[in-house]
Design a protein around this ligand. Structure first.
Ligand code: MEV
Length: 311
C-alpha cells in the first residue's frame, strides 16, 4: 500500500503560448489530489475516482484518465501481470478544467507508485512519469501543468521544443497575492482547443507571429512585476494576456462574463486560465476584502468561486 499527492495549478501567464516554446508563469495551488495504491492478487488495475468534480467532468475525461493511468504505470514499468493494483483518487482539489486536475492525478499516481514499490525516484523522474500521463489528455502537452504539480510554488517555465530538458525556475514573489478562481462549469477538451489553436496558427502565421512577439515582452514584464510585488502591474498584464487569448479564440462566453464581473467588482486584473473555452477564470485582488467582494459577486450570479493565496 502506498500513497502520493499531486498539487493543482493555475496558469497566471502564457497558457497556449507555452506549447510553442514561449515562457509561462504558473503557480501550484494548496489543493491536491491524492492517489492510494493497494496491491492485491490478480492482474491489471482498477480505479475508484472519489474526487469532487465539476458535473460532467469525470465522464467527459474518463477515457483520457484511464489512458493516463496506463501511461504512468507503463513509464514506471510496474508489473500488472502478476499483481493487481487497486487505485483510489481523492483529495481536496476539485476536478475541473483549468485547475491542472489531470496533471495532479498523474503526479499523485506517480508518487503513490513510487511509495508502494519503494522506487526511490527523484522529483525529476516523478515529473517525467506525470508528463507521460498528461500525453493522454492531449498529444503535445507543454509540461507546465505536471511541473507545477510536482514541484509546487511559483514557476517560470519554458518548454524545450527540441525535446531536451525544459527550463524551470522557481520564482519568489515579493508579495502574497489574493486570487479568486471562478469556475465556468464548462469542461473543455484540451486536445481540441490546442489543436484548434495550431490550425489557426498555420492559417494566420503573420498574425500569430505578432501576438507571440507581444506576449514575449508581456511575460518578461510579468516576471519582474511578480518579483517586485507590483500587484497593479501584474493585474494590468493579466488583462493584456487575456486580450491575446481572446485573439487566439480560446476565451468563451462564460469566461468573458466572469472576467467582467471580477473587474466590475474591483479586481486589478482578470483572465481565463488553462485551456479556456470554459474551465476557469482567475482574478487578482489587492487585499482580502476585495477578494471576498469579487468571490461573492461571482457566486451571486450562480458560479462557484474559490479564494486562494499564491506567491
Ligand atoms: C493547459 O492547462 C495549458 C495549455 O497551455 C496546454 C499545455 O500547456 O500543455 C493549454
Amino acid at each position: 500500500m502506498g500513497s502520493g499527492k499531486g498539487y493543482g495549478k493555475t496558469i497566471l501567464f502564457g497558457e497556449h503560448f507555452v506549447v510553442y516554446g514561449l515562457s509561462a508563469i504558473a503557480s501550484a495551488l494548496g489543493s491536491y489530489t491524492t492517489a492510494d495504491v493497494k496491491v492485491i492478487e490478480g492482474n491489471g488495475w482498477t480505479v475508484d475516482d472519489q474526487r469532487s468534480a465539476t458535473p460532467g467532468y469525470k465522464k467527459q475525461k474518463y477515457d483520457e484518465a484511464m489512458q493516463s493511468v496506463q501511461n504512468v504505470i507503463d513509464y514506471l514499468k510496474i508489473d500488472t501481470k502478476n499483481q493487481k493494483l487497486e487505485i483510489t483518487f481523492s483529495g481536496n482539489l476539485i476536478a475541473a478544467s483549468g485547475v491542472g486536475a489531470s496533471a495532479a492525478q498523474c503526479t499523485s499516481l506517480a508518487r503513490a507508485l513510487n511509495d508502494t514499490f519503494n522506487l526511490d525516484l527523484e522529483d525529476e523522474k516523478i515529473n517525467e512519469a506525470a508528463y507521460e500521463g498528461e500525453k493522454s489528455y492531449h498529444g503535445t502537452p507543454s509540461g507546465i501543468d505536471n511541473t507545477a504539480s510536482t514541484y509546487g510554488g511559483l514557476i517560470w517555465f519554458k518548454k524545450n521544443l527540441s525535446g531536451g530538458k525544459n527550463t524551470m525556475e522557481l520564482l519568489q514573489a515579493l508579495k502574497k497575492m489574493f486570487l479568486v478562481i471562478a469556475n465556468t462549469g464548462i469542461t473543455a477538451s484540451t486536445t481540441e482547443v490546442v489543436a484548434d489553436v495550431r490550425r489557426l496558427k498555420e492559417k494566420y502565421p503573420v498574425k500569430f507571429e505578432k501576438i507571440f512577439a507581444e506576449y514575449k515582452n508581456l511575460a518578461e514584464d510579468a516576471k519582474n512585476a511578480l518579483i517586485n510585488g507590483d500587484i497593479i502591474t501584474i493585474g494590468d498584464l493579466m488583462n493584456q494576456n487575456h486580450k491575446l487569448l481572446q485573439e487566439i479564440t480560446v476565451s468563451g462566453e462564460v469566461n468573458e462574463k466572469l472576467v467582467e464581473i471580477a473587474l466590475q467588482n474591483g479586481a486589478v486584473g482578470a483572465k481565463m486560465t488553462g485551456t479556456g473555452r470554459g474551465g476557469l477564470v482567475i482574478a487578482l485582488a489587492e487585499n482580502e476584502e476585495k477578494q471576498v467582494k469579487i468571490a461573492n459577486a461571482i457566486e451571486s450570479k450562480g458560479y462557484n468561486a474559490w479564494k486562494t493565496m499564491i506567491g
